[in-house]
Design a protein around this ligand. Structure first.
Ligand SMILES: *Cc1c(COP(=O)(O)O)cnc(C)c1O
Length: 436
């Protein structure tokens, strides 16, 4: 009953018939297993927060929230999403270098676990807003732009210029700026070292360094260290040359770092914020082949969806195109004896989902699935290119398929646009007294 073409026993071809294509299909069992697999291994002092950026679908948030995940959000819409998903504000942090006045106001009044401040000016503005809204206690985390060295290389990874966070060097000197705070309460620090880490040693090293730096800064600034968010960025293998993160080794190392940190800071809450690692494995992007054609010796499958919904499949930052795992959902039992370049419908040569992919024979009407696609899909893609809009999203939960996002319809896309109206009809030339 398993295989790439089935989700909890339901054939994806049946889902495509029912909900149409292009389509994202999420398997809630996989989402749960990934979360609990991490949760069960991770030190109990560490809470897992889901970064909505990876997949802001409210059902994905709801499932993760129901399993005990907190949330890391960066916009008013994401705040609304976690509310609707049933995640308590005490388990939500709001982060981002460009918070607008409206977002800051929501941060002050929403009762969040913490606002992650990305500058000292933002701290001062929150202090002012807290007074204006008569909020007596506003917890914040200070985001660090760290300056520690990476292991092994011996090269100083001295803090690169970044729009994110506060340079560690600036923080070391900011006791004065923080001393006058009456309503804003600094609970601790936050640091995020990047995305797509697939090496356990790197993650453990970064975690250790962030914890050490947080301890150092807290001591120097006289902060009663109550929370450290040590980021996340755990990767999943997409391409042939990649291997999945060794979770056991990673978590053992992280737990060890946490354990020794807690000896000096007993009772401190730790946060591990993750997007891709949690969301990617559960998702399959499903497209239907419209045409199969040859050009100068290469065979193309042209599908009804492509990079407009799955930009990541283009292969980020690599010169050589690398492919996500791509399968035939219509002929799962046949040998992958053919080579196809799978493209979407966009009028750009870059709309390539998979270059020279080995697949069983493909004929128009066949369904093709791009696996491990639950993170950074539609929300990180140019969904309005050619005005196709966003695809439908379906979640299979307890053996039942739920439509968790409706496909954009042309009328909806047009509803927000307005013409300026017709030009006035050409009438007789205006009378002019100057006429001879
Ligand atoms: C994007 C982002 C995340 C999520 O990153 P993943 O690699 O998807 O886990 C977490 N924290 C911050 C600050 C981010 O910007």
């Amino acid at each position: 009953m398993t295989g790439p073409h089935r989700v909890q026993g339901i054939d994806i071809t049946a889902l495509a018939e029912r909900f149409g294509t292009p389509l994202y299909v999420y398997d809630a069992d996989v989402l749960r297993d990934v979360f609990t697999g991490l949760r069960e291994r991770l030190h109990p002092a560490v809470d897992v927060f889901y970064s909505l950026k990876a997949n802001p679908n409210v059902a994905v948030c709801e499932r993760l929230g129901s399993l005990g995940a907190g949330a890391e959000i960066s916009s008013l819409a994401e705040l609304m999403t976690v509310r609707r998903a049933g995640i308590a504000p005490e388990d939500v942090i709001f982060l981002g270098p460009g918070k607008t006045p409206a977002e800051l106001e929501a941060c002050v009044t929403a009762g969040l676990y913490a606002v992650v401040c990305e500058s000292l000016d933002e701290v001062a503005e929150l202090e002012r807003l807290a007074a204006a809204h008569d909020v007596a206690d506003l917890p914040v985390l200070l985001r660090i732009n760290p300056d520690f060295r990476t292991k092994g290389s011996g090269l100083a990874m001295s803090g690169k210029p970044r729009q994110f966070g506060i340079d560690a060097e600036v923080l070391r000197r900011s006791a004065g700026a923080l001393a006058g705070l009456g309503r804003v309460r600094v609970r601790g620090f936050h640091a995020y070292m990047g995305t797509r880490f697939l090496n356990a040693d790197d993650i453990v090293h970064n975690t250790r360094e962030i914890l050490a730096l947080s301890g150092e800064l807290a001591g120097r600034l006289g902060i009663d260290l109550d929370t450290v968010d040590f980021g996340g960025g755990f990767g999943v293998a997409y391409f042939d040359n990649e291997k999945d993160l060794d979770l056991a080794t990673t978590v053992d190392g992280v737990n060890e770092a946490v354990e020794s940190f807690l000896r000096e800071h007993p009772g401190c809450r730790l946060i591990n914020e993750l997007g891709r690692y949690l969301a990617a494995p559960c998702g399959t992007y499903v497209v239907r082949a419209l045409y199969v054609k040859e050009s100068l010796g290469e065979t193309f499958v042209i599908a009804d969806g492509g990079t407009n919904h799955h930009m990541a499949a283009v292969g980020i930052g690599s010169f050589v195109k690398r492919n996500f795992p791509i399968r035939s959902l219509s002929r799962p039992a046949e040998d992958p004896a053919h080579t196809y370049t799978v493209t979407g419908p966009l009028c750009t040569p870059n709309d390539v989902v998979g270059k020279k992919v080995r697949l069983p024979r493909v004929v128009p009407g066949d369904l093709i699935g791009v696996e491990r696609s639950g993170a950074y899909g539609p929300s990180a893609s140019p969904g309005l290119f050619l005005s196709h809009g966003y695809p439908a999203e379906v979640m299979v939960h307890r053996g039942t398929a739920h439509l968790v996002r409706e496909r954009d319809r042309a009328e909806e896309l047009l509803a927000k646009q307005h013409t300026v109206g017709p030009d006035p009809a050409p009438g007789p030339a205006p009378e002019s007294g100057a006429r001879p």
